[in-house]
Structure formats: C-alpha cells, structure tokens
Ligand binder design. Structure first.
Ligand SMILES: [Zn+2]
Length: 416
C-alpha cells in the first residue's frame, strides 16, 4: 500500500515539473541575460545575477534565502555573493544540498558565436543558446523548479533542501564554495550534489577527480627593434620553446593510465596567452603563457612542480632569459567519494526511477565544487545531463535535460 502511495505522489510531482517546462525555459533565458564574469576576466562579479536569484527564490516561497558575501576589492560591489535557499523538510538532521555556480567564463571570440549572441539567448530545436546556458545555469534552474513543484503541490521535502548558488567557481572558488564551507554549516552526513558535469544521457556519476594545476609562465628577455634582434633577447621565442619543451616533458613523465577516469590519462594543455608588444616590428622583451594540467591522483604534485622549475632553470642557463613559474591555482585530488555512500545510492535510484537508466560511477577531470566537500570529509557527487558545451562558443542547454534533471532532483527531495 505504501509503495503505491509513494508512486502516485512521485507521478504527481513529475507531472508538475512537466507543466513548468515553459517557465523553466524562460527563467534560463532571463538568467543568461545577466553575465556574471569574475574580476580575473575583467568582469564585475555575480551581484546582479545573485539579486535576481534571490528574487526568484523568494517568489517561489523558500523558507529562508540568505546571502553569504565574500569581500573582494576587485569588483565594483566589493563583494562576491553566495546564496543559500532553504526549503524545510520533515527532518533537518540530514540535509540535501544542490550546489551550482553563478559565474561564467567570458564568451571569447564574438565571431565564433554564430547560433546566438552570448548574452542574447535564443531557443532553437529544443536548445537554449548562450554563454553560461549549460555551465551552470541549466542545472541551477532544474534545482529551483524541483523545489517549486514541491511548493506548488503543498508537499514537504523528506529532509531540508538547501540550494547553493555560488560565486567564483571558474577561478578557484575562494570567494565561492570555499567561503561557504568555512561558515561551517555543512555536516558530515549531509547529502551533496554538484550538477556541474556529466554526460549526454545522464548515465555517469562522478565520485573521483584528478588533481589540477594552473601555471603562469613569465619569460623575461630584452626588447629590441625587430631589424636588430641581436640588441635584444626575444622572450616570445624562448617562451614558446620552453612551453613546448615543458609540454613534452609532462606528457612523457606523467603517462600512466587509470580506467576509473575519463579520459584515463593526465592532461596538460597550453591555454591562455597574454598579449605582448603592440607592433610587428618589436622584438618582445616579455612573454606570458599559461598551462592547465589535470593529473591522475597518484602522482606527486610537488615533484611535478620541481620538474617544471628544473626545466626552467635549464632554459635560463641556455638562453639567458629569466623564466618565472607561478602557480595560479593548485588542487590536490581529495579521497574519492565512496561508491556505497548514501548520496550515490539515492541518486542511482532517482535516475533509474525517473528515466529508467542504469548509471556508472567514475572519475573525470575534476575542478568542480565537489572537491572542496570531499576535502572536508563530506561525500559529494557530480551529476547532470549535459552535452558538455561548457566554455565553448555557441554553448547551449537542452531543455529536455533541464526538465528531466529537475525530475531527478524532485525525486531525491521526496526520497526516504
Ligand atoms: Zn561549471
């Protein structure tokens, strides 16, 4: 008898979410229109988006909507907002947290945005195009409307649900989830989902991650006129040669494979490049490039850094240039979440019951908020259904994914 009642209730909730499809799409569009770019990329931060989210949650009728601001002198408002919206459940002992991030990466080259302009979203073939659509607004809207369905039906969550909308995820999370974790309101038996990664059919739950490192490589030579290069020292040439040598060394030395991860290897990619001189006829005296590395957790990060600096010293001796290596960001992979942790089992059931799918668990490149929870000893999972359009031009979110993931969140909210 009881199972039948639960099934009926679940059906009602899932139907309710289906009814909210249009409103969800509109909310996704509205949120994309508010860029939230961090100061590292010359943005003004997340305040405008945060204010909108507070308004949305208050209108829905969450029990408490609170902002936990991290001070940051680099943005006009001097603060990086982190919003937590609580919906009280039958118990508060064990809470369900769904953590999404407000900040987005810059749109990049405007001419590559052929489907829509980054902050002027359009709906086409069941997709919403715009910067931040999939990363991370789609799951953010899913989490909000899962709760709205509960409110609409006058139902109470089994356990208190807290939706977190955090700042600064794209640049290290110091002003974001790390700031929130420091407040001390996460508990060891809380259930944490970070829907900031996943695959296109939602059949993958991330429980482990790689270590990650971002390096800034400054090469200092001597500026000169390009017609008389002998008077200077071309930092651009040395910088390129060093970057390639480092790239090769890292790939050769850190070549192990681990099938738990996808991709199963460590990755090292030269990425950002600072502009140097303003004219073609100037030999650059300075060169700055960056590297993004995602490293299998069994490797020692200290040793890796020593290998990079040793190679830099070699180049300094060989060329006469100065090469500075700065660690912009570094994350040592925490212990993976246990495959039998309650949140893993609950999520597996929720995915199965709402969409009929069996899932597999494993590791990805990492670099989500889940790492900070795992480090604090709180089991966290990363899961969402997405086409992995994050950080790409013509980024889109599939409306079906947004709606179906909301059903999974709603199922979890009502789950015993
Ligand atoms: Zn993201």
């Amino acid at each position: 008898m009881e199972t039948a009642v639960i099934c009926l209730e679940t059906k009602t909730i899932l139907n309710e979410i289906e009814k909210l499809r249009k409103e969800m799409t509109q909310t996704l569009i509205d949120l994309i229109r508010i860029p939230a770019i961090g100061p590292e990329s010359d943005g003004e931060g997340e305040l405008a988006k945060a204010e909108r989210l507070i308004q949305i949650c208050k209108t829905i009728g969450f029990d408490k909507v609170q902002s936990y601001d991290a001070p940051d002198e680099r943005v006009p408002s001097k603060k990086r907002p982190n919003i937590v919206a609580f919906l009280n459940g039958e118990t508060d002992k064990e809470r369900l947290w769904i953590v999404t991030h407000m900040d987005i990466v810059p749109p990049g080259d405007d001419s590559l945005w052929t489907a829509a302009k980054p902050f002027n979203p359009i709906v086409k073939d069941g997709k919403v195009y715009g910067r931040g659509s999939e990363d991370n607004t789609q799951p953010m809207v899913s989490s909000i409307f899962a709760m709205k369905a509960f409110k609409n039906l006058g139902l109470k969550p089994k356990r208190t649900v807290a939706l977190c909308f955090v700042a600064d995820e794209e640049s290290g999370s110091i002003y974001g989830i790390q700031h929130l974790i420091k407040q001390g309101f996460f508990r060891k038996d809380d259930l944490v989902i970070v829907p900031d990664g996943g695959n296109s059919d939602g059949s993958f739950i991330e429980i482990a991650e790689k270590s990650s490192i971002w390096l800034k490589i400054d090469t200092i030579g001597k500026q000169a006129h390009a017609s008389r290069p002998g008077d200077g020292l071309n930092a651009h040439r040395v910088g390129m040669e060093f970057a390639l040598a480092m790239d090769k060394m890292l790939h050769q030395k850190y070549a192990d494979q681990d099938a738990l991860f996808d991709p199963p290897v460590s990755t090292f990619e030269p990425t950002k490049k600072e502009r140097n001189v303003d004219a073609i006829n100037i030999v650059p005296g300075e060169d700055t490039t960056y590297l993004d590395g995602r490293i299998l957790p069994h490797y020692n990060m200290g040793e890796l850094l020593r290998n990079v600096t040793a190679l830099a010293s070699d180049f300094e001796k060989k060329t006469g240039a100065k090469i500075g290596i700065e660690v912009v960001n570094k994350n040592i992979a925490p212990k993976p979440t246990d495959e039998r942790a309650k949140i893993v089992l609950m999520l597996k059931e929720a995915i199965k019951k709402t969409g009929g799918k069996d899932v597999k668990v494993g590791g990805i490149g990492g670099g989500t908020c889940a790492a900070y929870f795992r480090r604090a000893g709180i089991p966290a999972v990363v899961w969402a259904t997405m086409d992995e359009m994050a950080h790409q031009p013509n980024e889109y979110a599939k409306i079906d994914n947004m709606v179906n993931d909301a059903k999974v969140f709603a199922y979890l909210t009502g789950q015993s």
